[in-house]
Each structure stands twice: as structure tokens, then as C-alpha cells.
Design a protein around this ligand. Sequence first.
Ligand code: NAD
Length: 248
Amino acid sequence: FSSHLEKAARLILHATHTTAFTGAGISVESGIPPFRGREGLWSRYDPGCLDLDAFYRDPTQTWTLIKEIFYDFFGRAKPNPGHISLAEMEKAGYLQAVITQNIDSLHHQAGSRNIIEFHGTSGRLKCTRCGKVIPFEPSYLKQLPPLCRSCGGILKPDFIFFGEAIPYKAYDASIEEARIADVFLIIGTTGEVVPASSVPWQAKTHGAAIIEINPEPSAYTHAITDIYLQGKAGEILPDLIQSIEVIS
Ligand code: NAD
């Protein structure tokens, strides 16, 4: 395993452009479970809260659940050593971008700068009437549904619900990041959520070396991964930084 870690460290050290692609797994050690699986969020909550039709049919009821999951519960989470390591790698010049499927804004809180939020973020609200996008503030949730202070329209979290299109800017930027990367890190994702799952394939097609961190093999592991570092992001990423520093 240590030789895998050293190989990965050397690749990153000599790369001109390294991009990280993260999924729900990187936030597990912050106390946010993934959606699916036995311990997953959907075993406790109704995924119907992310249904766009339900949202428009009954915004108050839908917002009650959204508040509970994505603001009260996610809001208590703090960045873990995995998020913090990625921010440190960026600061040190070893990482150029993070593409995340997560909506919990923990990469922001950890200090990462160049972040592409593929599915949007709970850190912003968007007016369903005038389209204005505003930073989230707890005061908006005193009354549900929260209303736009400019036009009175109903606010929605600025992340995508089931059936909504991917924000095209985030999609284009992700494909570009995958295209120019010579090293591509896949961290904590099963690779089963389309179209986000196609981004690492783009990186592979354009010649990037693929390094994967996950305690369990994913759809990528036996298909495109060059170096598989099996384990938790919050443990492997700090080791990876240490290994880069020892070599450099
Ligand atoms: P997923 O739920 O399909 O898979 C999670 C992956 O993380 C699994 O492969 C699992 O083995 C791995 N994992 C578990 N613990 C880990 C750890 N400590 N370190 C590294 N990896 C670990 O997640 P997904 O593929 O991201 O797809 C679900 C969709 O729902 C995604 O869009 C995801 O971003 C979103 N989601 C977001 C959050 C969040 O914002 N935190 C939470 C749940 C789901």
C-alpha cells in the first residue's frame, strides 16, 4: 500500500494540472451519510422532498423536510481532514480544482477556492419567480417557505432536485477540468449518478492518470483507476500530503 501511496504522491508532484472529483463519501467522516445504502439518508428520509413537482405542489411541507435534512442536519457538519487536505493541497499548488457532487458546502468551509459544484449548493437560495440567487442565511428559514426579499417569490435551495437539468456552466467547467488534468483524483463516489459519473471518464479519455480513494471499490476501480488507495478520505488524504512533502 505504501508504494501505491508513494506512486500517487510522485504523480501529483510532477503533474501540471491535478483535479479532484468528490462524492458523498468525502463528507461521511463529517457525519453526513451518503444517500443510498443501509445507513444512507434515504433509509431515514423520504427522497420525495427533492421532487420538483412536490415542491411546487406543497412548498411548505417540502421545505419542512428540506430544512430538517439540508440545513438543520447538514448545517451541523464541519469539514473533516479529507476536505481540509484538499484545501491545503490547493494552497501548496498541488491541486488546481475540486469538482464536487456534494451540496453541503464543506469544501468552501475547508478553504478550497476553485470549486465546481456540479449539483449546486445549499449555501445559496434561488428565487423561483425572479431568478435572483442569494447567499443562504438562517433568518430565511424563520418562516416556511422562505420568500424572496425582492419580489416575494418562493425561494428554493440552489441545488438541483430530481429531474432538474445540471447547471450547464458547472457541467462545461467540469468537462474542461477533466480534459486539461494530467492527474485526476476520484474520492468517495460510487460513480452511479449520471451525468456526473461521466466526468472521470472524460479525464481518462484525455490521458489523465486516475487515482482513486474509497474504502469500497466503485464503478471506476476496475475500469479506469490506475492507482487505487483503499481507505477513508479523511485518513488517506493527509497521508498523501505527507508523502508528497517527504518526496519533494
Ligand atoms: P454515493 O452515496 O453513491 O456513494 C458514496 C461513496 O462514498 C461510496 O462509494 C462509499 O464507498 C464511499 N465512502 C464511504 N465512506 C467514505 C470515506 N470515509 N471516504 C471516502 N469514501 C467513502 O455517493 P455519490 O456517488 O456521491 O452519489 C450520491 C449523490 O447524492 C451525489 O450526487 C452526492 O453528491 C449526493 N449526496 C450529497 C451529499 C452531501 O452533500 N454531503 C450527501 C449524500 C448524497
